[in-house]
Design a protein around this ligand. Structure first.
Ligand code: 13P
Length: 254
């Protein structure tokens, strides 16, 4: 059955790329994919490159995302970036609760839920990340962990806001390891997540929410992953740092 959800493929550049490297990457990418309309394409450069990359993607099919933002609106929060500041660069998406931030900055579901609400208030679409560690998978608690992350990180969103939220399922053991979840393993968790969304917001909303897979997505495995009924896109780390690899992931997914 054809999916009626439009695929969304986002590149998370993480803490990589200076401004000049970012410009090279975005120019290379635009050369390869500027005609693509079938997929929502997003790049998430570091904050320091948002301004320059924004200028390049204006009037193209590529949209801009940030990798994090503050839950606060304005004020004495040293080192933080507010949603309204991101909007100046036409940022449309923001990655929230990435496992690296959950691990190294100790971000909690509660904080992530506040950030997601703040993003919606600014009309920025959050990409909320969830995923289990290897230890959790091996002890059979994947659904418990992911279910509770979903409920906690999306707490307080209205159904309309839920529709404008993207979920990224990223098993921690598959991130940057070259070890992808099999398409069956990924589909199983995606289907479970859609079930949790249905409990929270009803079938009709759950059916429309897009759920990305992330973790060692490459040109060679993108098509198989994207063909799964509940996988609606990808959040790509390492392979998004190279224009050819990222564009092949996009083109192979169509
Ligand atoms: P890799 O694609 O490098 O495994 O990273 C995935 C990720 O963390 C995207 O947010």
């Amino acid at each position: 059955m054809e999916k009626d959800r439009k695929l969304i493929i986002a590149g998370n550049w993480k803490m990589n790329k200076t401004v000049s490297e970012s410009l090279d990457l975005i120019q290379g990418l635009l050369r390869e994919v500027q005609q693509v309309k079938e997929v929502d394409m997003v790049v998430c450069p570091p904050f320091t490159a948002l301004s320059e990359v924004s200028r390049k993607v204006i009037d193209t099919q590529i949209r801009l995302g940030a990798q994090n933002m503050s839950e606060q609106g304005v004020g004495a929060f040293t080192g933080e970036i507010a949603a309204e500041m991101l909007k100046e660069f036409l940022v449309r998406y923001v990655i929230l609760g990435h496992s690296e931030r959950r691990q190294y900055q100790e971000e909690t579901d509660c904080l992530i839920a506040k950030k997601a609400l703040a993003a919606h208030v600014a009309s920025i679409k959050p990409i909320v990340c969830v995923g289990e560690t290897l230890e959790q998978r091996e002890s059979g608690v994947t659904n418990d962990v992911v279910g509770s992350q979903i409920k906690g990180s999306l707490a307080g969103l209205s159904s309309q806001q839920m529709l404008e939220t993207i979920i990224a399922y990223e098993p921690v053991w598959a991130i940057g390891t070259g070890k992808t979840a099999s398409s069956e393993q990924a589909q199983e968790v995606h289907q479970f997540i859609r079930g949790v969304l249905s409990d929270l917001h009803g079938d009709e909303i759950a059916r429309q929410v897009r759920i990305q897979y992330g973790g060692s997505v490459k040109p060679g495995n993108a098509r198989e992953l994207m063909s799964q009924p509940d996988i609606d896109g990808a959040l790509v780390g390492g392979a998004s740092l190279d224009a050819k690899n990222f564009s092949e992931i996009i083109l192979n997914s169509i």
